[in-house]
Design a protein around this ligand. Structure first.
Ligand code: OGA
Ligand code: MN
Length: 286
């Protein structure tokens, strides 16, 4: 099979056609997708109406599944397939959640720039997000190219951050938003982890920033200095020139490399249904 690639934003995002994600991937197609991802870390597919099982099978072609925050959540799973993370703003009966429902904290936390599971060891490699039912207005998803952001840093900053290690904590963002629906025991299962601020992607050899809203300390720096540096880097790394904004159509699938992109959802009317589902793979080489 030969995929057709139609670039959407610089070397960040590309629309991929000529593939049906419901079908098992042959070796050749998998290799083509992997080489597309090495160049463009955000792939967009249209008209892919995947079942949860098909979604999980496709994702597992790229590595073992990362269960994300499921470990720490006391919420009853709505979906049968536990490989699939439910991102719908609805309760078990299918009703849209009240705006002040504690679960909305986690969904709104996705509107802060982040890399999935950067707070875990292992962290995430690829995420595959299926858009099922999107509100007519708002609720887009943005992606920021952290390789381009790194390349554009002044040399003095590159020198300053080389070798620095940041602490990532899952609940930093939730605390910022007023707390979520996690128990102390659940939170204890996800202690903070450390990752270098500058990383190299093996497939492309490109250097990348690795930051985002889960970072709360830098080893060896006072908290205030660390947080200011992290905020400055984040501001730099999410300038519009580095950002692709995905405007969803139902049955779009967007796949991205969490090692070298940040992403965030955009606000929407919380009384409207917004249903997406995500599967993510673990980065075992890290
Ligand atoms: C995610 C995520 C953003 C969105 O699925 O990991 O951050 O737009 N989603 O819902
Ligand atoms: Mn995310």
């Amino acid at each position: 099979m030969s995929l057709h690639l139609n670039p959407l934003h610089a070397e960040l995002a590309v629309e991929v056609s000529g593939i049906n994600l419901r079908k098992p991937l042959g070796k050749e197609t998998l290799a083509e997708l992997q080489s597309a991802l090495a160049r463009y870390p955000v792939l967009v597919f249209h008209d892919q109406d995947l079942s949860d099982d098909e979604h999980a099978v496709f994702t597992k072609s790229f590595g073992p599944i990362d269960p994300g925050l499921a470990l720490a959540s006391k919420r009853k799973q709505r979906l049968k397939n536990t490989d699939v993370i439910d991102l719908a703003n609805i309760d078990a009966d299918g009703n849209v959640l009240a705006a002040d429902n504690a679960r909305n904290v986690s969904l709104i936390a996705n509107q802060l720039w982040h890399s999935d599971s950067s707070f875990k060891q292992p962290r995430a490699q690829y995420s595959v997000l299926c858009g099922i039912d999107l509100p007519g207005e708002g609720g887009e998803t943005e992606f920021a190219d952290q390789r381009a952001a790194y390349d554009a840093l002044p040399d003095t900053t590159k020198t300053r951050i080389e070798g620095l290690v940041a602490e990532h904590w899952a609940f930093h963002s939730r605390n910022m938003l007023g707390g979520g629906d996690f128990t102390p025991e659940g939170m204890a299962m996800l202690p903070p982890v450390d990752w270098p601020i500058v990383d190299t992607i093996p497939e492309s050899g490109r250097k990348t920033l690795f930051i985002g809203v889960h970072t709360r300390e830098i080893r060896g720096l006072p908290t205030a200095e660390a947080r200011m540096l992290l905020l400055d880097l984040l501001e730099h790394a999410t300038q519009r020139e580095f950002v692709y904004r995905h405007v969803w159509r139902n049955h779009d699938v967007v796949m991205w490399d969490n090692r070298c992109t940040l992403h965030r959802g955009r606000p929407y009317d919380l009384t409207k249904l917004r249903e997406l589902r995500r599967c993510t793979t673990e980065y075992l080489a890290a």
